[in-house]
Design a protein around this ligand. Sequence first.
Ligand code: IDP
Length: 160
Amino acid sequence: KLSVLNNMAGASERTFIMVKPDGVQRGLVGEVLRRFEQRGYKLVALKMIHPPRALLESHYEEHKGKKFYDPLLAYIGSGPVVAMVWEGLNVITVGRKMLGATDPAKSDPGTLRGDYGIVTGRNIVHGSDSESAAKREIDLWFRPDEVSNWVHTAERWIYE
Ligand code: IDP
């Protein structure tokens, strides 16, 4: 029972993670999934989608007007992506650490971008950077019925 565990407060935090078109083309979908899954996070939504322009304009609205905006939308819209929602304690912050820095050259080895990327414009994965971004992005990419609530039977071995 969840309520028996001591350190599960906050374990329902969710983040939006996306394998970008380069990650899909390079066969890294399984690797991204594997890392989050084996860390102990719970996968609650997953789909492949070739994102329409309007969705990307909304997703990247904070970058509108920047010099990398048009190339960014062309890049992310160039093929299917794998969108997912992961749940667990501190998953937003820890997920960003698992991704590495925006610029793969500044990402530590052991991070996804640090292991598989070289340039910022092909940095393989996206992850929400705050609670408000996570909520906004999950609502943008998934309908409520596409997100599953399920009990992770290993959670008493993941949480104290
Ligand atoms: P983040 O994805 O690590 O949160 P943001 O600054 O929000 O980083 O930028 C969103 C995405 O835009 C980056 O992941 C990257 O794909 C792209 N991007 C950001 N800055 C540049 C740049 O200077 N050149 C090319 N692409 C960039």
